[in-house]
Design a protein around this ligand. Structure first.
Ligand SMILES: [Zn+2]
Ligand SMILES: [Zn+2]
Length: 378
C-alpha cells in the first residue's frame, strides 16, 4: 500500500504461483493487472498484461517500469513499484517531483486522443511510445483481421501517411491525407474487408461442409480449393474473390471413367448456374453430386497415398495422377509416375503434335496403359 489513497491487491492463480492477477487502484480508478512468470519464476522475464487504460498510463513510464521490474524480487514487490510509479506520474503532473518520464509531445498527445476516439478495445497491440498499433476489425462473429499501423515521428505524422500492413496477400492500400486520423485507417480497412466478405462466406461454407484436400490450411486470400468428390476423385476450383458466386475455374482429378461423366454434366447443366445461390449449392446442382461431408466421412477416406512412393504429401503436392483402369484406380504423384515411366525401356514419348511432352507406359500396378505429362507442364 502507498499513501495518496493508491492501493493494490495481488492473488496467485495457480499452485505454482506463476500467474498472478490483481487490482490496482489509482486516483479512484481501478485497473486489472495480470503478471505471468516464466517457469524459473524470474520476474525479470515476466509478462505483464493489463487493462488498456493501465497500459496507456504505464506506457508513459515504460523505461522506468522496465528497470523497476528488473530490480524487483517478486510480483508483490513489483506491484508496490507500479503503485509508487503512479505516485511519481501524479507528482510530476503537479510539478512537485521530477521522477517518471512523461511523454508530453504533441504527437503523443494526438495519438492518445486518436486512440481514445477509436476506442481502446480496437487496439490489440501497442508499442509503448505509440509508434506502432495493431488495430483489429471483425468481419464475422468468429473471425477478425488486423491492420498494423506504424507512425514514424513527429515530423511525419499526420503529414505523411503511417505505414500499414495486414496479413492479407492482396494488400490493403491506405489512402492518406494529413487531415486523416487512426479512425480513418479503420474505416478504410473495414471497407477493404467488406470487398471480400462474400468471398470469405462462400469459402467458409466449402471449408465447413466438404473435405478440402488442398490447401491443407487455407489462408484468407487462398482462392483455390481441391474438394474431395470420392476416392481418388476430386475437383479443383479457382474462385474469383471479387465475384465469388460466378462459375469458378474447374479442373477434375481422377480416372477418366470417373471424371468424364461429371465433366459432361458440368457442360450440360452450365445454363442452370444461378448466382443467387451459394457457390457450393451451385456446384452440387450442376455436378449432380453430394460432396462427402466431414459429418459423415473421414478425410483419410479420400487421402490415398501414392502407389510409388507410399506417401500422401510430397513437397506439398498430393497424388493427382490416377490410373484409368476402373479396377485399379491407383493414384500417383506426377513426379513419381514420370520418373517411374522414364526408367522403363518400354515407355515412349511423343515428340510432335498434341501429345508432345507426354510420356506413355504401363501402370506399375495393373500394367494397363498410363500416361503422364512431363514435369512443369501441368
Ligand atoms: Zn509419390
Ligand atoms: Zn493401374
Amino acid at each position: 500500500m502507498t499513501e495518496n489513497g493508491n492501493w493494490h491487491i495481488l492473488i496467485p492463480q495457480n499452485l505454482e504461483k506463476t500467474i498472478w492477477t490483481g487490482l490496482i487502484r489509482v486516483e479512484g480508478e481501478e485497473f486489472q493487472i495480470q503478471i505471468e512468470l516464466p517457469r524459473d519464476k524470474n520476474i525479470k522475464h515476466a509478462s505483464i498484461r493489463g487493462d488498456w487504460r493501465l497500459v496507456r498510463h504505464l506506457s508513459k513510464v515504460q523505461g522506468t517500469l522496465e528497470s523497476r521490474l528488473k530490480s524487483a524480487v517478486d510480483p508483490k514487490a513489483f506491484m508496490q513499484e507500479v503503485c509508487s510509479l503512479f505516485d511519481n506520474i501524479k507528482a510530476s503532473k503537479t510539478g512537485t517531483h521530477s521522477h517518471g518520464v512523461v511523454d508530453d509531445s504533441p504527437l503523443y498527445q494526438r495519438l492518445v486522443e486518436e486512440v481514445e476516439t477509436l476506442g481502446w478495445e480496437m487496439v490489440t497491440n501497442l508499442e509503448s511510445d505509440l509508434s506502432q498499433f495493431k488495430l483489429t476489425c471483425n468481419y464475422s462473429s468468429d473471425k477478425t483481421h488486423n491492420v498494423t499501423v506504424q507512425v514514424h515521428s513527429e515530423v511525419q505524422h499526420p503529414s505523411n501517411p503511417p505505414v500499414s500492413a495486414t496479413a492479407l496477400q492482396d494488400d490493403f492500400q491506405l489512402h492518406w491525407t494529413p487531415k486523416l486520423c487512426l479512425h480513418d485507417v479503420i474505416t478504410q480497412f473495414e471497407g477493404f474487408l467488406l470487398k471480400y466478405r462474400s468471398f470469405w462466406e462462400e469459402m467458409a461454407e466449402i471449408d465447413n461442409d466438404t473435405w478440402v484436400l488442398e490447401p491443407e490450411k487455407p489462408g484468407p486470400m487462398d482462392v483455390s480449393r481441391r474438394i474431395a468428390l470420392g476416392s481418388n476423385f476430386s475437383i479443383q476450383i479457382v474462385v474469383d474473390p471479387v465475384h465469388p458466386r460466378m462459375l469458378p475455374q474447374c479442373r477434375f482429378l481422377g480416372a477418366d471413367n470417373v471424371i468424364n461423366p461429371v465433366r459432361k454434366l458440368l457442360n450440360t447443366n452450365l445454363h442452370a448456374w444461378n448466382s443467387h445461390s451459394s457457390l457450393l449449392t451451385n456446384l452440387r446442382n450442376i455436378l449432380e453430386v453430394d460432396f462427402p461431408t466431414p459429418a459423415e466421412s473421414q478425410v483419410q477416406d479420400f487421402k490415398e497415398e501414392c502407389g510409388i512412393c507410399y506417401s500422401y504429401s510430397l513437397d506439398s503436392v498430393i497424388p493427382d495422377q490416377v490410373c484409368d483402369n476402373p479396377h485399379c484406380n491407383k493414384p500417383f504423384h506426377q513426379t513419381c509416375l514420370y520418373e517411374w515411366l522414364r526408367a522403363l525401356p518400354s515407355s515412349y514419348q511423343s515428340i510432335t503434335g498434341v501429345g508432345f511432352n507426354i510420356l506413355y507406359g504401363e501402370c506399375p500396378y495393373c500394367s494397363k496403359a498410363i500416361s503422364v505429362k512431363k514435369l512443369n507442364e501441368r
